[in-house]
Design a protein around this ligand. Structure first.
Ligand code: GAP
Length: 465
């Protein structure tokens, strides 16, 4: 029986290995033994990541009249985090093993009751303490651990110089609410969108790039009249779910929406739902959260800064807008794209003996996200062929990210392109020199078409539009 992604225990291992072998993702500082839970994106990984971010920006900013962009600094005034509640409440419950000294998130090992064992609320010691999952040793009682990374600004390392690496990009938007509203003369409802790095000193990071200590977020704060908050909450819930299917080509059956229960809600939220993906290493897990943050943040920043952060409507009425926040993780989305695209073909698809393998891997990326769109492959390493192929490569890469590969057999080169998810391969053979045409091979159907070199631009513009 064919293995499904859920039943393949080694799927994550295979994916991590492919990511390293093919230049998608590397362990950070690997030559020094690696830095736990930090990752570097290689040449293909950065293309994939940029495509995801570009598709999000197109959908959320470029194609909308009511949303503008922002790129705020990572380090912010420390009062930001007092006002937002992060200094007090952005904590997870931590337990130590008295024997092996390992640390665990209490809600991960004590009470895995909800489908989303996140942002723990486990404050009390349960009646029967479990033992250390690693060595069976006795565990301490849970204590709250703040997830924000601290550093110092300037030469003096004292309390007054403490600054925090932002744990969410959202606060950069809230503190700029007035600047953006006034400079762009915005009228409600309107949104401010941002993509940027966030940092959380997670107690138990893991599952590759699913939960890391440095990651990127794509966040929108959509401000509206309080009475319209419910309507826009529903609107964004649908919009964001659909984006994963339409823009990224994620299979609908692997996605679902889930509303938070009251005890799961963050301190600022009146309602929250997650878009979840059916990851191989867990049951459904959060990909993106859509929250009704009400007027919590603007009110808090107004109180702590002494600035007016309200909005005056056409009738002259002043009020603090409510905000709906769709907040997605770039890295988690990228992991979803990888998992969803990964396809194994037992026995292989190739008939040529040289490249026949027991198992072939094809990354069936949606064309819009594929890191390389077209590979240009001269059939043989003969000068007249490579010269013609290079000319075609130079022409195509003016518009699309392309790869040029003249090394090893054509079968092997097709396999490699399948493994990195390149939708089209263009092969230049000896006939090409005569008939001025090339063979275009489709990654998924393996169908080959003969296309005139002069018509390739229009052909790919249509195929990759
Ligand atoms: N501003 C709201 C906020 O930050 P969140 O649910 O804590 O909400 C939003 O985070 C998204 O950021 C998550 O859905 C996830 O995709 C991503 N994310 C959060 N923590 C992460 C981590 N440690 N590693 C990778 N991605 C993370």
């Amino acid at each position: 029986m064919a293995k499904t992604k859920k039943s393949d225990d080694n799927l994550m291992e295979k994916l991590v290995s492919l990511c390293k072998r093919r230049g998608f993702i590397f362990q950070s500082s690997e030559i020094y033994g690696g830095l736990n839970s930090f990752y570097d994106y290689g040449p293909l990984g950065v293309e994939l990541k940029n495509n995801i971010k570009r598709l999000w920006w197109q959908e959320m900013v470029q194609r909308r009249d009511d949303v503008v962009g922002l790129d705020a600094a990572i380090l912010m005034h420390s009062k930001t985090w007092e006002a937002s509640g992060h200094l007090k409440s952005f904590t997870d419950p931590l337990v130590d093993c008295k024997k092996c000294k390992r640390r665990f998130r209490a809600d991960h090992i004590l009470v895995p009751t909800s489908a989303k064992p996140d942002l723990g609320t486990m404050k009390e010691k349960p009646k029967k303490m479990p033992t250390c999952p690693e060595c069976g040793g006795e565990l301490t009682a849970a204590r709250q651990f703040n997830l924000m990374f601290k550093t110092f600004m300037g030469p003096v390392e004292d309390e007054g110089a403490t600054v925090y690496l932002r744990p969410e990009t959202a606060q950069g938007i809230f503190v700029n609410f007035k600047n953006v509203k006034d400079s762009m003369r915005l009228k409600l409802p309107f949104g401010i969108a941002q993509i940027g790095k966030s940092f959380r000193n997670e107690i138990t990071p893991g599952n590759f790039i699913f939960r890391t200590r440095e990651f990127e977020q794509m966040e929108l704060e959509y401000f509206c009249e309080p009475k319209e908050a419910k309507k826009y909450y529903e609107y964004w819930l649908k919009n964001r779910f659909d984006w994963y299917v339409k823009a990224l080509g994620i299979k609908k059956e692997n996605l679902r929406r889930r509303s938070h229960t009251k005890d799961e809600l963050a301190h600022y939220a009146a309602a929250c739902s997650d878009v979840e993906y059916n990851f191989p290493f867990s049951d459904w897990s959060e990909l993106e959260g859509i929250a009704n943050r009400q007027d919590f943040d603007l009110k808090q920043h107004s109180k702590f800064s002494g600035q007016e952060l309200d909005y005056t409507d056409e009738a002259g009425k002043k009020f603090i807008p409510y905000v709906i926040e769709p907040s997605a993780g770039v890295d988690r989305t990228l992991l979803t794209v990888l998992v969803d695209a990964y396809t194994e073909i037992e026995g292989g698809r190739t008939t040529t003996t040289e490249s026949t393998k027991d198992l072939e891997v094809v990354m069936r990326f949606d064309k819009k996200v594929a890191p390389i769109k077209i590979a240009v492959l001269p059939l043989a390493k003969k000068e007249n062929l490579t010269k013609a192929a290079k000319e075609i490569y130079d022409q195509l890469r003016q518009n699309w990210s392309c790869d040029y590969d003249a090394v090893s057999s054509i079968g092997r080169r097709y396999r490699r392109q399948d493994e990195i998810g390149t939708p089209y391969c263009v092969t230049i053979d000896f006939d090409s020199l005569e008939d001025k045409a090339v063979t275009v091979r489709d990654r998924d159907t393996m169908k080959q078409e003969r296309i005139k070199i002069g018509e390739m631009g229009d052909y790919f513009a249509e195929k990759l539009k």
